[in-house]
Design a protein around this ligand. Structure first.
Ligand SMILES: [Zn+2]
Length: 269
């Protein structure tokens, strides 16, 4: 089995996790910019973080033969201070030409506030200016449906091609509206919150296997870097063919990521 991990926060993981990922068949890995486990005190903190994402993490992953890619932004959790967020936005163009950068992400909403939405829209403009795909984080629990609708409206108003946007952390009540509007959908597999393997497979069976991917996020919370392969095993248990499993865990993310100019289709067995 080989697969692409399209959303993993490796800055929060140990090097031993890279070893596990490599042994499990991870052929490429993508890391969206997000919270670093603490709120950064200055825009300079993001400069260092972007260096980590574009220099140090790719080198750490390369030791295990895994190509590492990243997405750049200031996450919605730290975007509430709009003045601060705008300082960070000015740094991003310095890193856009790094060889492992895929696009702008994970942007989106956390508490669905006015400031978060304003900074979200400014990121979308940045993506348009540099012709980059977008990866989107949707809020948790009761804010998810409202936040997803706000995000879709903002993207429609900005005239963004939905085929170049993936809206992540979809659940049963948001997957349909995301896919129907022409966007890609991501399902985040968590041991406790967000989405279990069983629920993810139910969603695949309900909404179809097109334009959808699965990821582990593997961040600062209770999470599992091997969640995608574990879900693939669960799909096999439910009698899905190897072909279908490979489509969901490799071909689908590859098809979306091929739209990013720096993404190189990884060599597979
Ligand atoms: Zn994330």
């Amino acid at each position: 089995m080989h697969y692409i991990e399209p959303h993993a926060h490796m800055v929060s993981r140990t090097t031993a996790d890279y070893q596990q990922l490599a042994m499990a068949g991870c052929a490429a890995l993508c890391e969206p910019a997000f919270w670093a486990g603490y709120d950064r005190a200055s825009a300079q903190g993001f400069y260092d973080y972007y260096r980590q994402l574009t220099e140090y993490e790719p080198a750490r992953a390369a030791k295990f033969g895994i190509p590492h890619y990243c997405w750049l932004c200031i996450n919605p959790k730290e975007s509430e201070d709009a003045g601060f967020a705008r300082e960070v936005l000015q740094i991003i163009p310095d890193f856009i030409d790094k060889p492992n950068v895929l696009g702008i992400g994970e942007i989106g909403l956390n508490k669905n506030t006015k400031n978060e939405l304003a900074i979200f829209e400014e990121h979308v403009e940045l993506a348009k200016k540099y012709d980059l795909p977008i990866l989107i984080h949707t809020p948790h629990l009761e804010d998810k449906l409202k936040g997803t609708k706000l995000i879709i409206d903002a993207l429609k108003n900005a005239n963004v091609d939905p085929a170049r946007v993936v809206i992540d952390h979809v659940e049963e009540h948001t997957a349909g509206i995301v896919l129907d509007a022409g966007f890609w959908a991501g399902m985040t597999l968590y041991p406790e919150s967000k989405c279990t393997a069983a629920r993810a497979i139910d969603m695949l069976e309900t909404f179809g296997m097109e334009n959808i991917w699965m990821n582990s996020a593997c961040d600062w919370g209770i999470s599992d870097p091997l969640a995608v392969v574990k879900c693939a095993l669960e799909m096999k248990k439910r009698q899905h063919s190897i072909k279908t499993v490979q489509k969901v865990i490799f071909e689908n993310p590859a098809r979306f990521l091929k739209q990013c100019k720096n993404f190189v289709l990884p060599e597979t067995p």
